[in-house]
Unconditional design. Structure first.
Length: 608
């Protein structure tokens, strides 16, 4: 649908610029501007019937006596006069020319003009039925309403009006005279109200009869308003418009009420059948509302069963009451996000849930109720416990062969006459065995870190010594033989006296760096290189650099547990454990990947 074309004829640039912008914004109109009579005539001649409306200034530089009004009327362009000069003679003159309306120039003029234009746009969709046995009266009503762009229908009797309404159901307002042969206006109003409610159609009674009870009679039989003849055209239009706008307001309220009800029904459906438990509860410990998933999660028969039988959430559903006090304390300060706790079901069995909650408060800040989500994580918790048990068994079973390898290497190296080359291999075997023991110990430490029971064993050590030992061991692995692995200190190859002192747990550091280096090597293609650079300054900084990019979809989760992509045997544990171990000893770890340079750098910082 094309935009309405509106012509503004106004010589004040300030006014027409403001008016043009407002009409385009509010009315969605295509606005043309003419500052002189000559230009306005050219636009009217060119656009003709394409113009929806013209806003006409009476005094123009080249036509100061309203000549543009006559020209617009002669060319059947609907017009609104915009004037700063106004008196009763001017008003009568303007209205006599067939102009729609007039607006006086003042501080609210632009706002009033835009409102009037927007109303005219709406009026095109409004249908009014005028009922009167006098053709002259009907012509007068049409002459007043048609310029305002209403659709005007007419009927010369009540019976004709009822027949028309039976065919044309989309009538917004009925204007009915009282004195008509056969059926008067009051009877017609009563008949119409049997079919159309006040929310569907407005009715205005009209009469010249001098009867004080007539207005009440109309209103009691369902009319919205009553007018006495004679009346001025402006009063008549305003009364009609008031009834139309009241009807539109009722319809808008009905529409938004309906939309709200539909939205509430959709919301209830989403809540009821959501895959997670949703609830509201009081600070005293009773549920206000629960959805089906929460009922099922806690093993109750129905929503009513849970609401009636859980009187105190704290004592009936928490395995550890201190957890409830902890949660209430957190809710006083903010929100609870994914708190993992144990809960009791109706039959007394225990499940794990991930709980998220917030407090809903009144204007004074007092808590009205809590609302939140519960997700059953029992299976994940059982999996984690089983994984821990398996890891303990593996650690136990691997310690013996690792210790044996260390012992054999030391024993053979102590023999006399061992060739130097073999001695170096035995030394490497011993170091590898020791690294395995350290990794086994570190995996136990990782469990303690995750569960919050780890006690850091902080001491001073040389990060370079550990990094070089890891690199020497990795260089012997066949799978990495085609990747160049280098170490640098402050940008240069290390010298005999080079070092990078750090403060932390050397065993945790060794395991973390081993994981990061293996991760970088596995992400590198044959023929590329992996560089480990150490910087000794106010802290100990280690950067692990490799060519290639971290996949976009896991960049924000690079250090999360079980996150991996592109490696067939990847578990997503290496970077996670490295972060946990570095953080546990007071360090920091970050990752950056550059699309421009096609490289990835993981940076580890330890206190000096």
């Amino acid at each position: 649908m094309s935009a309405d074309k509106i012509l503004i004829v106004e010589d004040s640039k300030t006014i027409h610029k403001a008016l043009k912008a407002a009409l385009e914004n509010v009315c969605g109109a295509e606005v043309l501007v003419a500052e002189t009579y000559e230009t306005a005539v050219e636009v009217i001649d060119a656009q003709g019937s394409n113009l929806f409306l013209a806003i006409l200034d009476l005094a123009l530089p080249d036509a100061s006596h309203g000549e543009i009004v006559d020209y617009a009327v002669a060319h059947k362009v609907p017009g609104i006069v915009f004037t700063s000069t106004f008196d009763s003679a001017t008003r009568e003159l303007i209205l006599s020319k067939g102009i729609i309306d007039y607006v006086i120039k003042n501080s609210r003029a632009v706002e009033e003009l835009v409102r009037t234009v927007h109303r005219l746009q709406l009026n095109r969709e409004v249908r009014i039925l005028a009922v009167d046995d006098s053709p002259t009266a009907l012509n007068i009503i049409r002459s007043v309403l048609s310029p305002h762009m209403f659709q005007v229908l007419t009927a010369e009797s009540a019976q004709e009006a009822l027949e028309l309404l039976a065919r044309e159901k989309c009538v917004d307002l009925v204007l009915t005279d009282y004195e008509m042969p056969g059926m008067d206006g009051v009877e017609l109003t009563s008949h119409i109200r049997r079919t159309f409610s006040k929310e569907e159609m407005a009715i205005v009674g009209i009469s010249s009869a001098k009867d004080d009870n007539l207005a009440a009679n109309f209103l009691k039989n369902g009319a919205n308003d009553f007018m006495c003849k004679p009346f001025g055209r402006e009063e008549f239009y305003c009364r009609v418009l008031n009834n139309i706008e009241a009807l539109e307001h009722i319809r808008r309220v009905e529409m938004w009420t309906r939309k709200l009800q539909e939205s509430e029904e959709r919301y209830r459906g989403l809540v009821e059948y959501a895959p997670i438990g949703i609830f509201q509860s009081t600070p005293q410990g009773r549920y206000i509302s629960v959805n089906t998933r929460l009922v099922e999660m806690y093993g109750y028969d129905s929503e009513q069963d849970l609401l009636e039988n859980v009187h105190d959430i704290g004592t009936q559903m928490y395995v550890d009451l201190s957890e409830r006090e902890e949660i209430k304390g957190a809710l006083e300060k903010g929100i609870v996000d994914c708190k993992e706790i144990r809960r009791r079901r109706k039959d007394g069995s225990v499940i794990w849930v991930s709980l998220s909650m917030r407090a809903v408060r009144d204007r004074n800040g007092d808590i009205l109720h809590y609302e939140g989500f519960s997700r059953d994580i029992t299976i994940r918790k059982l999996d984690e416990e089983l994984r821990v048990q398996i890891e303990r068994i593996v650690r136990h079973d691997l310690r013996a062969p690792a210790s044996s390898a260390i012992g054999v290497a030391r024993m053979l190296r102590a023999e006399t006459g061992v060739p130097e080359e073999l001695s170096e291999l035995l030394t490497l075997l011993e170091q590898s065995g020791q690294n395995m023991l350290d990794i086994l110990d570190s995996s136990l430490d990782l469990y303690k870190i995750e569960t919050g029971t780890y006690q850091a064993r902080i001491g001073a050590f040389d990060c370079l010594v550990i990094v070089r030992a890891i690199i020497d061991a990795l260089k012997t692995e066949k799978r990495f033989s085609k990747i160049q692995l280098e170490v640098r200190v402050n940008g240069h190859p290390p010298k005999p006296d080079s070092g990078c002192p750090g403060l932390g747990d050397p065993k945790l550091f060794r395991t973390a760096m081993q994981n990061l280096l293996v991760n970088a090597l596995e992400a590198s293609s044959p023929g590329s290189e992996v560089i480990v650079e150490l910087f000794s300054g106010k802290d100990c900084r280690i950067e692990v650099w490799n060519k290639g990019l971290v996949p976009l979809e896991i960049r924000d989760r690079f250090f999360d547990k079980y996150v991996t992509k592109g490696k067939p045997k990847g578990t997503g544990i290496g970077t996670y454990s490295a972060k946990m171990m570095i953080t546990a000893q007071g360090g920091k770890i970050t990752m950056r990947t550059s699309d421009e340079d096609n490289e990835t750098v993981v940076t580890v910082k330890l206190p000096r």
